[in-house]
Design a protein around this ligand. Sequence first.
Ligand code: HEM
Length: 375
Amino acid sequence: MDLSFQIERLLNSFSMTSEWGCIPLPSNWDHARYLPNKWKDYIEVLPNSLNERSYQKWVNDLPDLRPESLPTDRMAWEAWMRMLSMIAHAGLVRISDWKEHGVPARIAVPWYATAQELNRPTVIGHPSLVLFNGKHLADSDDYSLASVGVDGQFLPDPDEAWFYRITWQIERLGAFIHVSLAQLALMKDAGEEDAFVSILGGIDRQLAIVISMLNRMYDGCDPAVFYHKIRPYLSGFEGLQFRGLEGQPRLTFAGGSAAQSSLLQALDAGLGGASPESGHPFLKEMRAYMDPGHRSWVAWLEAHPLGSCLRKSSGPVRQAWLETLERVVQFRNEHLKMVATYILQFSEKAPGTGGTAPDVFLRTVRNRTRKVMDQ
Ligand code: HEM
């Protein structure tokens, strides 16, 4: 069977495609058409930065959600997930009563049901903020940032959209990396050294492009706007009450973070960069926040012998493997600099939106990648 067909089939089984990676199709989907009337106004209401009273009133005036309005297909569930997550997180920032006494039943009940359906925690996460939020507005071979739009945001600031657009574009560039990892895994037993070296070289070059895209964050997202305005909306919660649910559970979840992207975790798993034993427990925890298909893709790569094979390789394959891992380390170093600019310059003790002590956590992950190379 043709290798590219096998790769497509493999990726499809993990809710991915070789052209778009983890980005859902159609890449220009119009999520608003899946939302009930009035509720879909959230797209305009949130960026208006309504104050506490007017936001509370807007939520109270929403028509009740009836059982017949529940979604019937996957894209509709995703549209609901983002709508409800954004309404809830905006309420937690803007309305003091919600933080103290919990999310009101009219939001908490459908939000919880939607998250259950999607097999993800009831909190805003990378899939809703990035994968199902960005959209491609041009021909599929147009890789310019101008072609990337965003559907939902909390604030009127273009900095927030920029933050999602850059991250979405990295996911798009990541499609090539997922394909290459699939290719390596499927070819593992063919023993074609030259092909291995060439695929690893391709990952290395694509990662260099990903790093350039990461650094474009500085062009359109002001660190002060990110830290003071955007970050609070993405934070998680501890012991938050969900009213209207049986037993009124108190839930604790990490907030939205690109640590919930499967791209770096797939690279670690496929290249044997961080084994399940040496990988950081927080990264494992973040898999629960991924789309279930993408979560299984990382697990599949981890269970595949490719990583350990590369670790034991020698000659040109080992050389290419080390160069590619060096590039992963470079990504992590550039990302660390970004975290210093966007978070640590404002407070050395501030947690990441995922809840870690960022400096310690990110250095540990970077150092563990390095350590694998030295073994
Ligand atoms: C303003 C920009 C960014 C900031 C301030 C930031 C911050 C953070 C923080 C604090 C963490 C630690 C986990 C947590 O507590 O959330 C983290 C993890 C992570 N972030 Fe970012 N991030 C940014 C952009 C990005 C982008 C664009 C990507 C690209 C996909 C990315 C990928 C990752 C990954 C993969 C991790 C997990 C750690 C690792 O595997 O090295 N981040 N980020």
